[in-house]
Design a protein around this ligand. Sequence first.
Ligand code: URP
Ligand code: ZN
Ligand code: ZN
Ligand code: ZN
Length: 456
Amino acid sequence: MLDLIIEGGIVVTANDRFLCDIGVKDGKIVEMAVNLDKEAKEVVDATGKLVLPGALDVHTHMAMPFGGTIVADSYLSGTRAAACGGVTTIFDYPVQRKGGTIMDLINSKKAVLEKEACVDWASHCIITDFNDGQILEEMEEAVKEGITSYKCFMVYKKAGMMVDDGMFATLLLRAKELGALVNVHAENSDMIDYFEAKFKREGKLSPWYHYLARQEFVEAEADKRALHWCKHLDAPLYIVHMADKEGLEACIEGKKEGVPIYIETCPQYLEFTCDVYKREDGRNFVCSPPIKGEESRQALWEAIKKNQVDVVATDHCPFQSYEKDWGIDDFTKIPNGCAGVENIYPYMLDAANSGKITFSQAVALCSTNPARIFGCDKKGAVRVGNDADIVIYDRDKDFTISVNNMHSDYDHTIWEGKKLHGYPVKTFLRGQLVYDNGDFVGKPGMGRFVKRVPRS
Ligand code: URP
Ligand code: ZN
Ligand code: ZN
Ligand code: ZN
């Protein structure tokens, strides 16, 4: 007796599409067949619908202290929103600080997530200080505990989060030794400081100057420097939230030469251009790196179409309006970050539904590639043996994004008014229904820690 059968749907994988019924038992996909002639406690009819793997949003910041406040989504509200957008695994970015250990940090987060998480979760650990080498030692144990990716910042010097190139290289080599992967936020910190000081002196303080302080070449230099270390140290590297054409093209060239580099971008860089910073609500779009010009936007889409981008993730980091308002007269006071975890999969699937990319590409970018790159060996595909993390998608359902139909705790969204053709109608987390046609039907605490496997 199976727990669940999803019947009649069209299964989409990263390279295929076929009619198939799916049998689920104990949270796993145990059978896939055209006419599954089995008993089940529950049968869900997916005739005419697409059956997709749940997405993995490998770039989120929930409940994180940042920009003088705390991110507006708790683990509970952020993962509830994730479930409602078809995301069944989120990756968190806890920040290690001077004197702090990796496992104390991860365990303190686990204590909260075990109570609050509505979808499964994994943690990349942000490293800001090596504690005289103790962190490099500890990484070995942490990798065994499933923490197989680490992040560093080439920026945020004033917040005490930046690493210099020496630390960056050390981290790259240590991670390589352990089968772990380094993620990097690439922008040139000194250029940003120079431009911010200049614009302040000149009284240029609108959100437009957030963009000008961190424009295309400021990101590109850091992308290329990161690529350079990755190439010459032959150590795998994942560049997060890439937004500029010049850096992107350099990394694509690197890939062609066999450099072990991975490229992530985010929906905000695919949808908007830097013109949003001239709008009256420009501060709501302030994130780092900032959204770039139309040339970069187009280059990112072209790269996606050619399978040269590995992952689309959100950098979900929302703040409330009153917090964004701190920067009404001074862009440097705006907490950096935007919402996205509930929008990413519907947004990329809408691009597939309109023929811009294929459904398989959307699945690869949001689910299969992130699962593979970050060692989630039971996720990222509708396949026998995998967790039954499944999204049923209705290609004909129209949906207009509004803060009123989102399931987060923030009070505004940069996606307000965006019309989508096609939308998820059900999300299953390990076989349990967590989202049903507009409503969250899961429970906090359902989410489990994903213990990841190191790279071979
Ligand atoms: O603006 C952003 N991206 N905020 C979150 C922190 C980061 O850099 O990813
Ligand atoms: Zn970042
Ligand atoms: Zn981020
Ligand atoms: Zn239609």
